[in-house]
Write a protein that binds this ligand. Structure first.
Ligand code: NAD
Length: 293
């Protein structure tokens, strides 16, 4: 675990680079868009809702529902057409929890209804779609680039928001699983942000009022953490937790979550795990099963 500050100078390295953002019309996505543009970067924005002004008049935008693979394919095509190349992708769109699994809702026969999967579909499946497209497009960029996903403090805590917490654990899992497959084998870095309570559209106003001023942060605090993950070419496999304006990478360092994993796998670095004979055998079986199926 490493705590740090983020200087404006570090963010200036985003100058001239092209970033696709999902969920760009509000909150963390919009604050990140503004941060990137302030430091000379270029954004291709996407959301279900249009961008507000003044960005609506100046930032290229395509409406896309992240749960639709087709929408996201068209989004990436449009961004490439606009800018020619893509340097970074921010998989950020998200919604609030919709189910606790405690409901006893029934159909006309009195049978228990299945849980609503909206939050898993947007916050996890939508993110997986963006990441797959991100890898595909960043491979085409000879300089490579990076992907940032929006995890959450609920990615590692017991926040009792069943579907939301499960989805955000999945988002962190995605970063951990892809870490060893990407950089440095491919020039594609992957990182996560894990904001604590942040003043955005997703958090009810009365909840923020209960927390009280000083106990939550502005969306720009989070936007800075996203921008530094893109701008700094050394950052890979990080999860920047931001809380009341303070930044900590929870994954790396002596007391980071990652140190525990290495001990469990009995390897020096997780890239080594991919080279282990037993792991290769396991993946080969899976790949062959896919071919047969
Ligand atoms: N605000 C917080 O305290 C907090 C903390 C941790 C993580 N997050 C995460 O931050 C991300 C951004 O949320 P926010 O807090 O800025 O809230 P927000 O509601 O202000 O912004 C979310 C944006 O995502 C868009 N969106 C929702 N569903 C979509 C879909 N299916 N396709 C495309 N766009 C869609 C919305 O239109 C909205 O513009 C989310 O992933 C959220 O889970 C927020």
């Amino acid at each position: 675990m490493t705590s740090f500050i983020i200087s404006d100078r570090e963010l200036d390295h985003i100058k001239g680079q092209v970033v696709i953002i999902t969920g760009a019309s509000s909150g963390i996505g919009l604050a990140t868009l503004r941060r990137i543009i302030k430091h000379g970067g270029k954004v291709f924005a996407s959301d279900l809702n249009p961008l507000p002004e003044p960005e609506a008049s100046s930032v290229p935008f395509r409406k896309a529902n992240v749960t639709s693979w087709k929408d996201q394919v068209e989004l990436f095509k449009a961004a490439e057409k606009e800018f020619g190349t893509i340097d970074h992708v921010f998989a950020n769109a998200g919604i609030q929890p919709v189910t606790s699994l405690m409901e006893e809702d029934v159909d006309e026969n009195g049978d228990l209804l299945p849980p609503k999967l909206d939050t898993l579909n947007v916050n996890l499946t939508g993110c997986i779609y963006t990441v797959k497209l991100g890898i595909f497009y960043l491979k085409k960029n000879p300089k490579g680039g990076s992907i940032v996903v929006t995890a959450s403090a609920s990615s590692f805590s017991r926040l009792p928001a069943t579907d939301y917490t499960a989805a955000k654990h999945g988002v962190l899992g995605l970063v951990r699983a892809l870490y060893g497959r990407l950089y440095p084998k491919l020039p594609i870095r992957i990182n996560a942000i894990a904001p604590s309570w942040t003043d955005t559209g997703i958090v009810p106003r009365d909840f923020l009022a209960q927390l009280g001023e000083g106990n939550y942060q502005s969306a720009d605090v989070v936007g800075r953490s996203v921008t530094v993950l893109m701008a700094d070419p050394q950052r890979h496999g990080e999860m920047i937790y931001s809380d009341k304006g303070k930044y900590t990478d929870l994954e790396n360092g002596e007391n980071g979550y990652h140190a525990l994993t290495l001990k469990m796998l009995n390897v020096e670095q997780d890239g080594d795990f991919l080279e282990m004979g037993a792991f290769k055998g396991l993946m080969k079986e899976k790949e062959e099963a896919v071919k047969v199926g």
